[in-house]
Design a protein around this ligand. Structure first.
Ligand code: GLN
Length: 308
C-alpha cells in the first residue's frame, strides 16, 4: 500500500475542515493552540514512518498517556488490576464523578480519568513517588525511539492549578479505599503524564507494540504478552473515546485513544499504528478533524478490525 500517497491525500481532503471544533481551554497553554494545525503519521512494523502536515510538531499527549500507564500497570499487576477497575465503556464524560459514586469507587475502565488515576496509583506504589514520572517518561521514550520527548512543565503546573475535578475524583477514590498513596502524590504524577509532549510521528511509533502482538518490532523487546496486547486493544476500542467510543468504532473501526489536546492514536493489529493531531474538539472532547482523518484512513486502506 502506498501510505505516503494515502496520508498526503488525507491531508488534502481534510483541509477544508481545518479549524473546526473547540480547542480545549481549561488551561491557557492548551487554549493557545492553533485549531488549523493538522498532522498524520503512519508507522509500519518494519520501521517506516509516512507522514503529512504538522506530523513532527510536538503537542501535549494528555489522555493518550493513559494507554502507556495502563500497559505498565497491566504488566505489573496482571489480573489483580481488575479488582480495582472495570473494563466496560462508561457512556459518560471523561471526567464524570456521578458513576464513581454510584459504583462505590470502582471506575468503569482505565481510560477515563477516574480509572487512569487508579492506574497511576499502582505505578506510584510500584516505583514510589519520585521515580514514577521517570518510569512513565522513559517507557514512552523507549517505545517512540525518541529521547527528546519531554514533559511540558508549564502544562503540568497549569493542570495542577485547575485540576479540581481530578482532585475530586482522587479524593472520592481515596474515600472508597481505592487509592493507596496520598491524593497529592498520585495527582502530581497524573498531571505530569498528561503533560508529556510528543509528535504524531513519535506517537505512531510508540504504539507499534500494540500492532505487533506486544513485541516492539524495532527493538525486539516483548513489552507485554500477546494476550495483554490483545486486551489493551480491546479496551481502547470499547473505551478509548469516552462516550463517543461507539461512534468511533462505527466510523473508524480501530482500537484508539484520544487526548484533549487533539491527538488520537490508533492501532491496526498485525499491521501498523497511526497517529493524528488537530486541536479542535467534538463536544465529547475528541479531535474532530483527527477523527475525520482516521475515518478516511480506514476507508481508503480497508484497514479496520471489522473488515468484512
Ligand atoms: N489532563 C486532562 C484531564 O485530566 C486529560 C483529559 C483528556 O485528555 N481527555 O482532565
Amino acid at each position: 500500500m502506498d501510505f505516503a500517497a494515502i496520508v498526503a491525500e488525507i491531508a488534502e481532503e481534510i483541509a477544508p475542515f481545518r479549524g473546526q471544533g473547540r480547542v480545549a481551554n481549561y488551561i491557557p497553554a492548551l487554549g493557545a493552540a492553533d485549531p488549523h494545525k493538522f498532522g498524520i503519521a503512519v508507522a509500519t512494523r518494519d520501521g517506516d514512518v509516512f507522514s503529512a502536515g504538522d506530523a513532527d510538531e510536538r503537542f501535549s499527549i494528555q489522555s493518550i498517556s493513559k494507554v502507556f500507564t495502563f500497559t505498565l500497570a497491566l504488566d505489573l499487576l496482571g489480573e489483580s488490576l481488575w479488582r480495582r477497575i472495570g473494563r466496560e465503556p462508561s457512556g459518560s464524560a471523561f471526567n464524570s464523578l456521578v458513576q464513581l459514586e454510584q459504583e462505590a469507587g470502582i471506575p468503569r475502565n482505565p481510560l477515563i480519568n477516574a480509572g487512569a488515576i487508579v492506574v497511576t496509583d499502582t505505578i506510584v506504589q510500584h516505583f514510589d513517588r519520585d521515580r514514577a514520572v521517570d518510569a512513565i517518561l522513559s517507557f514512552v521514550r523507549q517505545r517512540a525511539r525518541s529521547e527528546a520527548i519531554a514533559i511540558d512543565q508549564e502544562i503540568a503546573r497549569s493542570e495542577a492549578v485547575t485540576g479540581f475535578r481530578n482532585a475530586a475524583l482522587a479524593n472520592f477514590l481515596k474515600s472508597f479505599k481505592n487509592l493507596e498513596n496520598p491524593v497529592e502524590d498520585v495527582l502530581d504524577v497524573y498531571f505530569n503524564q498528561c503533560a508529556i509532549s510528543a509528535s504524531c510521528s513519535e506517537l505512531a511509533t510508540s504504539m507499534l507494540y500494540l500492532a505487533n502482538s506486544g513485541e516492539d518490532p524495532l527493538s525486539g523487546d516483548q513489552v507485554v504478552s500477546r494476550a495483554d496486547a490483545r486486551r489493551i486493544n480491546a479496551v481502547m476500542l470499547t473505551c478509548g473515546h469516552y462516550d463517543a467510543s461507539g461512534d468511533f468504532a462505527y466510523r473508524v473501526g480501530l482500537p484508539a485513544k484520544s487526548g484533549v489536546a487533539g491527538g488520537i492514536v490508533a492501532t491496526v493489529p498485525s499491521h501498523l499504528a497511526v497517529a493524528v493531531w488537530s486541536p479542535g474538539l467534538s463536544p465529547q472532547g475528541n479531535s474532530l478533524v483527527g477523527t475525520l482523518a482516521l475515518e478516511k484512513f480506514s476507508a481508503k486502506t480497508g484497514l479496520s478490525v471489522f473488515r468484512a
